[in-house]
Design a binder for this molecule. Sequence first.
Ligand code: KIV
Ligand code: ZN
Length: 525
Amino acid sequence: MSTENNTAAERDRVIVFDTTMRDGEQSPGASMSLDEKLELAKILEEMRVDVIEAGFPIASNGDFEAVRQIAEIVSESVVCGLARAAPGDIERCAEAIRPAKRGRIHTFLSTSPVHMKYKLQMEPEAVLEAVTRSVSLARNLCDDVEWSAEDATRTERDFLRRCVEAAIRAGAKTINIPDTVGYTYPTEYADIFRDLIENVPGADGAIFSTHCHNDLGLAVANSLAGVQGGARQVEVAINGIGERAGNAALEEIVMALKVRGDRLPYQTGVDTTHITRASRYVSAITGFPVQFNKAIVGKNAFAHESGIHQDGMLKHRGTYEIMTPEDVGQGSTNLVMGKHSGRHAFREKLKELGYELGQNALNEAFQRFKDLADKKKHVYDDDLVALVDDALAHGTDRIQVKHLRVVAGTDGPQEADLTVTVDGEERAAKATGDGPVDAVFNAIHEVVPHTAVLRLFQVHAVTEGTDAQAQVSVRLEEDGRIATGQAADTDTLTASAKAYVNALNNLFARKEKSAPDATKVASGF
Ligand code: KIV
Ligand code: ZN
């Protein structure tokens, strides 16, 4: 390829910046443990995501440790940490990303009138000075610095230009223009990028980035419009999780760029065959189910139900398919194995589904598969995904369900007889309740006393049929802290008990964390 072509290729390359573990984890209820974050970082790197925003190091020791350990294990992707415009934040972030081969500090400050007046209680000139000081400090600690103008899309244009110029002068290499409240629309957002790129001195040396929230359902459309306006980085999250209505979904943007190269002649480096695996994993660890009709990763995204569509598909796939399930890593076969399937076939099938397990995890998963195959005639791909994700999610739980017997039926009260282990020590209790699930949860209260309140109890059948596994999600809240748990089992009540206990484990782990104080922004300057 000639130098001229290389330059053109670079110009059209869109950097994919994943914020599932930072903005995504800010979704109410979407907590991830350290082990889950490490596993997700590996998946993202295999998928060839360019930048992984691994957390907000000043927020808690847990966040700091997650960013630091991800920085240690990731070698290809850039590992990024978030920091407010305060020296303590930026220094803590620099410390967390220090082990990274390629680290980035992402620092931000609000620039809109409403944020400056009420949130920061700072005058615009003071904000401008804080931009210069915070970016300069970050640049002293790290070569790769990104600066974000929080609430950029509600910022006065002239002031936004001045802030962006100050950030570039101070050494920011990436300038992010967040649509923090999901307020903009495509043509307006594209225009902001064109304006900044054309009019801000030094803009040609920086990479501009989109960061869109989905409050009006426009996050993906706005991000793509931002790219058309000149942005060459997109900030996205798997399954579109994030604050409130979420962030732009990674899978939708990446596939839109891939499928509509005729209109959007830009490339990402993402290996799209890892998308389904990443989506399922994020859904499992957050407990956020993916809606059936969700673009790219929904259960029905490639299902053709009506006779006319099925007939068309049989004649030519192109009649109703603009991309194939294989493009996004959905295996072409679905019916898998039964109880006679061997370990080798099992490992190969897991590989096809995107799982590379170590020997111990593989042995454990294989045993669980055999147990499941004893109970269930056909084991489908979705069963295997639920089974492996369940094993990964529960592996480090301190409280484990050991035994459960429930009496249910028309003549109450329903009863549950439960034994759990807490750090290996057995505890047992019997309880009654208004229905079998209530009895199970009351028994959990007896063995592990707590004050958490149940906020969500949700049951899905993993596949069709009366022998299908039930996948249960439970969300608990205690003192404003929210934690989610998930479990799958052919017995709905066992899955319910395990999901509740998993949520409790996550809640107790979360207690060690504490949220950052948003009012302390820029206070150090
Ligand atoms: O939405 C937002 O403005 C953010 C910034 C911290 C980048 O998440
Ligand atoms: Zn955001």
